[in-house]
Design a protein around this ligand. Structure first.
Ligand code: IMP
Length: 198
């Protein structure tokens, strides 16, 4: 059954099926790399919640899951790179294989902070899997071992990604109609992170 497209969505850029296929490929690559070694998936709330749930089920290595929530200081629409931890990990990561699970890599500023913070806790290894990476947007180089899709520099929603906390439950990833944005579309140089969890 094909779900109908939400009336606020202008176009779908990644279908549910395409996402499912790619997530399985990422899971297979991760399983091949870690083998029988336990890996701790650290999902960044809230956007990566759906991705980590699906990804974890495609990994054959022993998996544990923990969550972190961060928010940018400063303006509600510009990613400032100054990050506040709203929810920290429940357990220590020293000596463990850690894989950070992100929904989308935009400027890279949030992840840069997060990786520096996590590295100081002395994990055995520290890698990143991101479902999406915005082409040409990274202001800081991030060594991201697993990338699901490169996407154009447009603001996207669905499969965990929100605009103003909406559309996270869309099973596909799409671009909203311009009239949906109350203000400017939060696409150019923004990350739409407010004071809450992203
Ligand atoms: P960065 O610090 O600019 O890389 O910000 C990354 C965060 O901004 C992501 O984890 C998302 O929460 C949010 N973000 C960036 N681009 C988009 C988008 O196109 N749609 C929804 N959220 C986005």
């Amino acid at each position: 059954m094909t779900a109908s497209i939400h009336e606020d969505v202008e176009r779908v850029i990644l279908t549910e099926e395409r996402i499912r296929e790619r997530v399985a490929e990422l899971g297979a690559a991760i399983s091949a790399d870690y083998g029988d070694e336990p890996v701790l998936l650290i999902a960044v709330l809230r956007g990566a919640a759906l991705f980590v749930a699906d990804l974890a089920r495609t990994i054959s290595s022993p998996v544990e899951i923990d969550f972190m929530a961060v928010s940018s200081y400063g303006s509600s629409t510009k990613s400032s790179g100054v990050v506040r931890i709203l929810k920290d990990l429940d357990e220590g990561i020293e000596g463990r294989h850690v894989l950070v699970v992100e929904d989308i890599l935009d400027t890279g500023l949030t992840l840069k902070y997060l990786l520096k913070n996590l590295a100081s806790r002395k994990p055995r290894s520290l890698e990143v899997v991101t479902l999406l990476s915005k082409q040409g947007k990274q202001r800081v180089p991030i060594d991201c071992k697993y990338v699901g899709f490169d996407v154009p520099d447009e603001f996207v929603v669905g499969y965990g990604l929100d605009y103003d906390e909406r559309y996270r439950n869309l099973p596909y990833i799409g671009v909203l109609k311009p009239e949906v944005y109350t203000d400017q579309p939060p696409s150019v140089g923004t990350s739409a992170q407010g004071d809450g969890y992203s």
